[in-house]
Design a protein around this ligand. Structure first.
Ligand code: FMN
Length: 222
């Protein structure tokens, strides 16, 4: 499965089978986590066989079941944390999809579990990503029109149109899709988060999707 197929196939899945992650899949995720942490100065961790984070009213209300594995998105407190976690977290989500796993971003409907992961001094847990073998593959979310998120898309180059299409496949909190993408000439794009809960995390996720869709053009973000 290439990255475009992974973006098409990914949907949030909240109900998981009890099968553990194969050793090779866990290792591939750990290797990519190490690269993401180095590039993004983050402390993302893979938490395996830990059932308590989703053993709470909020998670049950959110229809989560069988979650035993997740990514803990930890990093230095500050205004850039949410966007960085969005960008690198989605890179890991799409790798998980390519490894045959299912995922769901979770910022609200879980509980923090002390000692399941490390939060260093000056760091915080921004969100988690549930992962494992889903009982289903999920369903496609409702998508806005390209021109609703990219007002100057008409006449923009093909790579920009591909980037916007990929951005619309991205998960956003409550599927709000509040982001805006503006073509600024050459390979430049301006991305703005809009208002809403977790809009900056969404923007990081959207930027990663956009970059994948626009390949081989390398984007200069303004
Ligand atoms: C930053 C972020 C936070 C989210 N938090 C939750 C959550 O707390 N509980 C939940 O059930 N889903 C959560 N989601 C999943 C979204 O509801 C889901 O991604 C969105 O409805 C789009 O559907 P899709 O992922 O199937 O494309 C979150 C998604 C994002 C991107």
């Amino acid at each position: 499965m290439n990255i475009n197929q992974a973006m098409e196939a990914r949907h949030s899945v909240r109900s998981f089978k009890s099968d553990p992650l194969p050793i090779e899949a866990a290792q591939a995720l750990r290797d990519e986590i190490a690269r993401c942490n180095a590039e993004g100065s983050l402390n993302i961790q893979l938490v395996l066989d830990e059932p308590h984070a989703f053993d709470c009213m909020m998670a049950r209300y959110g229809k989560f079941s069988g979650v035993r594995n997740y990514l803990a998105l930890v990093g230095p407190k500050g205004r850039d944390l949410d966007e960085a976690c969005g960008y690198y977290g989605e890179r890991l989500v799409l790798l998980a999809q390519q490894l045959g796993l299912n995922t769901c971003w979770v910022a609200m409907t879980f509980q923090k579990v002390p000692n399941a992961y490390t939060i260093g001094r000056g760091e915080k847990l921004a969100a988690v990503i549930a992962l494992g073998y889903g009982t289903t593959q999920g369903t496609a979310h409702k998508v806005k029109l390209p021109q609703a998120v990219a007002p100057n898309i008409q006449g923009a180059p093909d790579w920009f149109v591909r980037g916007v299409d990929a951005a619309l496949l991205a998960p956003t909190a409550m599927n709000q899709q509040k982001f805006t993408l503006i073509y600024e000439g050459e390979n430049r794009v301006r991305a703005t988060p809009g208002r809403g809960f977790y809009a900056k995390m969404d923007l990081g996720i959207v930027r990663y999707h956009f970059e994948c869709g626009a390949l081989p053009t390398a984007i200069e973000w303004l």
